[in-house]
Design a protein around this ligand. Structure first.
Ligand SMILES: Cc1cc2nc3c(=O)[nH]c(=O)nc-3n(C[C@H](O)[C@H](O)[C@H](O)COP(=O)(O)O)c2cc1C
Length: 212
């Protein structure tokens, strides 16, 4: 089994709750099944660019014009996508580690998703819409936030977006471990909330290890 771990958090593990959750998740995964292959991708070490007009042509013109030949500039604009999408195509499970920022995902994660979720890589465009060409079974979200709310709350703009994005390529199984209330100055039980989320992350990892 191939697990792609995408890290969308600029903070070091010592000060990051979501990265601590990731540490525990992968410890539990490897304890259960040391044969699982993990590919760590830190977006702050390899920053995705925002999609440009040239990149849009490169990604989407072939869908409507089979004779399209990209210009050199269009090819260059697709470099990040061409160099990074294969890691997603190879994945059975994708783990996304991130904080909540402004009720949603950090922009760097959306920029990465925009680069890799393109036709010819994770899907081909058929008459009825996208036809998946990947084999991702599950997406795991390891999330940390200051306020006390999680998925299914109307303030949550993160998990609906992730669900919609992965639904587009046919992935419906989204597992979530979310440490909310992490502002210890306002929430007396932040450590307990963190530990519960770490436990949830470890349980998800154990279930995934059994699928392999
Ligand atoms: C730019 C920015 C925006 C944030 N927006 C929110 C928010 O909308 N809701 C929330 O609960 N916390 C918000 N936070 C707080 C973080 O989600 C919180 O501190 C989280 O625990 C950070 O994760 P980490 O410890 O893994 O780095 C924000 C923090 C930053 C820096």
């Amino acid at each position: 089994m191939n697990v792609l771990h995408v890290i969308a958090n600029p903070r070091p593990t010592e000060t990051s709750v979501s990265k601590k959750m990731a540490f525990e998740f992968f410890a539990a995964l490897m304890e259960k099944n040391p044969d699982i292959l993990v590919n760590n991708v830190d977006l702050y070490q390899n920053k995705p660019p925002f999609v440009s007009s040239d990149a849009i042509n490169y990604f989407w013109r072939p869908v409507i014009d089979s004779a399209y030949i990209p210009s050199k500039a269009e090819e260059n604009a697709a470099n990040f996508s061409n160099n990074n999408a294969q890691a997603v195509v190879d994945a059975d499970v994708v783990v996304l580690t991130m904080p909540v920022w402004i009720n949603s995902m950090p922009a760097i994660l959306k920029a990465w998703l925009d680069q890799v979720m393109v036709p010819g890589k994770l899907f081909n465009m058929g008459p009825e819409g996208p036809v998946p060409t990947h084999h991702i079974q599950t997406v795991v979200l390891l999330v940390s936030s200051d306020q006390v709310y999680k998925e299914d709350d109307e303030r949550d703009g993160l998990t609906p977006a992730i669900r919609a994005i992965f639904h587009y390529i046919g992935v419906e199984d989204i597992q979530i471990a979310w440490a909310d209330g992490q502002d210890a100055s306002r929430h007396f039980d932040s450590a307990e909330r963190r530990d519960m989320a770490i436990e949830a992350a470890r349980e998800i990892a154990e279930d995934i290890a059994e699928l392999a």
